[in-house]
Design a protein around this ligand. Sequence first.
Ligand SMILES: [Mg+2]
Length: 233
Amino acid sequence: MKKVLLFDFGGTLDTNGVHWGEKYWEAYKKLGLSISKKQYEEAYVYSESYMAGVVKPTDTFKTTLIYQILFQLLYLRNKKYLLPEEDSDLLYKMSDLCYGDVLLATEKSSQLIKKLNSSFVLGLVSNFYGNLSTVLNELSFTNYFETVIDSSEVGIRKPDPKIFQIAVDRLGVLPEEVIVIGDSYSRDIVPSKTIGCSTIWLDGKSWTRPSETSKADFVIHSIEEVSDTVLET
Ligand SMILES: [Mg+2]
């Protein structure tokens, strides 16, 4: 029986360990905007709260990014955090910059997934917006995952351990046969460990630092390290 690898998507396969909260902030800094980190964080939280209401199952990753950046910019504009001279073509500049990075990261991670597919059963568990299947086709991950759990489809979100149990049940395996790989210690590692899975924590640029990390069986700093790590298990 092949071992099972259950991957997270956002922050893991699409950015190689950079949480989206950090990813957008890096892009704003790259464009030289004068907003503070605190102002940006307010805008990020605001944008997240509106996403579930607008994304359709057929929306691509690019469209999803545009929605999210649009809500952030609306917030920054309404609060007058953006200087009028900065506020030009930002939606295009931000979405092109972020999407370009995603294409580079997923070119590598989809190759990794393709390689692992020959030796492991693969699955995906993600807090997403109901369009994860569309996004997987768009970013060259088609047909590699035996099961894909999108939180919006099952109505359960990480860190609820039940979302990992659904994946384990659908694959018809035991949690002991499953290795969970994700960038969020609190959302990926802690709940999957609770149901008995092994865990690999992708410790990259996170939104918040966990105070303890003892539940991770392995810690890696780049997604490419997954190959060597799973051969050790
Ligand atoms: Mg993640």
